[in-house]
Ligand binder design. Structure first.
Ligand code: FES
Length: 105
């Protein structure tokens, strides 16, 4: 039997629903964070750094490092490790500071 976080905790979550990541549907379980839902699909990066454009995803998983930032439902700089993957949530990869609309060079 494959060991998963849910099996280790003997969790019995309800049926999966769907969030959207860069236009593609991603299954998510009730109570799962956005970062956990992306990880479960093998997606490890959803942000690029401001200076070098290097890929980033979840690192600490507890809201301390800010590596997991993404644009969520149109709001940039959201920590995906802290946000629940609610049905219909739209997540977009964030480039740099995530505020291209402000023209911050
Ligand atoms: S992974 Fe560190 S703040 Fe989200």
């Amino acid at each position: 039997m494959r060991r998963t976080p849910a099996s280790l905790a003997a969790a019995e979550p309800g049926p999966a629903h769907t969030i959207e990541f860069d236009g593609r549907p991603i299954p998510a379980l009730p109570g799962q964070s956005i970062a956990a839902a992306l990880w479960a699909q093998g997606i490890l990066a959803w942000r690029s750094t401001r200076i070098a454009g290097r890929p980033r995803g979840a690192f600490c998983g507890i809201g301390a490092c800010y590596d997991c930032l993404a644009t969520v439902d149109g709001q940039p700089n959201q920590r995906t490790c802290l946000l629940p993957a609610a049905p219909g949530t739209t997540v977009t990869t964030q480039e740099g500071h995530g505020r291209a609309d402000l023209d911050l060079a």
